[in-house]
Design a protein around this ligand. Sequence first.
Ligand code: SF4
Length: 352
Amino acid sequence: MTTARTLRSVAELVEAGLMPPEAQHAGAAKVGERYAIALTPAVAALIEPDDPHDPIARQFLPDPAELLVRAEERADPIGDLAHSPVAGIVHRYPDRVLLKAVHVCPVYCRFCFRREMVGPSGLGTLAPDELDAAIAYVAARPEIWEVILTGGDPLVLSARRLRDLMERLAEIDHVKVVRFHTRVPVVEPDRIDAELVDALKASGKTTYVALHANHPRELTAQARAACARLVDAGIAMISQTVLLKGVNDDAGVLAELMRAFVENRIRPYYLHHPDLAPGTGHFRLGLAEGRALVEQLRGRISGLCQPTYILDIPGGHGKVPVLSDAVRESDDGCFRIRDFRGGEHSYPPRHD
Ligand code: SF4
């Protein structure tokens, strides 16, 4: 289906033929009152409305299942707030920080781990004095080697603002790497033009772009061309994918996606176990299921195509590779997880 503008409500989705008229009076409408909705024209065009199991629709169309909040779910599943010394900064590991300049995205994913923070009623964009304070925080700490721009999607910022941000980071000698986490090359590929690509580069810094994509159909010809513009300009690309029930919980789909990344010079990086965000239980597999699935990739696809299956330990204790002895199943069905500092945590079994 084609649309010229971003669709931002259930009514607009119905009008575009992506949801049935009844949706306006059902749970989906309530979801729309609670969480942001946005589908760009590129995403809307990918949806096959007649397919009730369409993996693109499942990622972006509001679902009444989002109203069901499970006991183990939490508003801040990976503990950003506990590690935020100043607005916009998350400092969880010694040598790197997240810089969340903006809490707006071109699309809103139904499984978003920051769904309570992003969107029109979320945390918004950093005010100029807050951005000054965030950059001053980085500048004052020589141990910070990498700044990770995330949010929200930092590539919604204009080329002018991105260039300004890069120039300010370029003045900090100890920052060597700047990484952007984004869905833009897939969901709004035309936005990756020469001006924006140039704005992401700064003298003396290495720029990485981490592309978030979850299904091989997202890598359209336009998306591939957008990624090529970044890579041809000397920007390294890595991938991040969320393992999602009903979207990519299939070894064949994951293999095709990882190969597509590599074919497009994007190094597979993280396959995230879905976080305990409110109302996202219908997307979550159990850790044992996820492990069995990811093990099927070994031998099936080239070593170049193997992502690291990763869990963000709830509460802000950092990431842990799921296929490691730091993640152990216990007799009660829970998992015992050891964080990078040696702390032990419990992770719940999946509840239907
Ligand atoms: S693009 Fe990222 S931050 Fe934005 S809604 Fe999707 S998962 Fe959340």
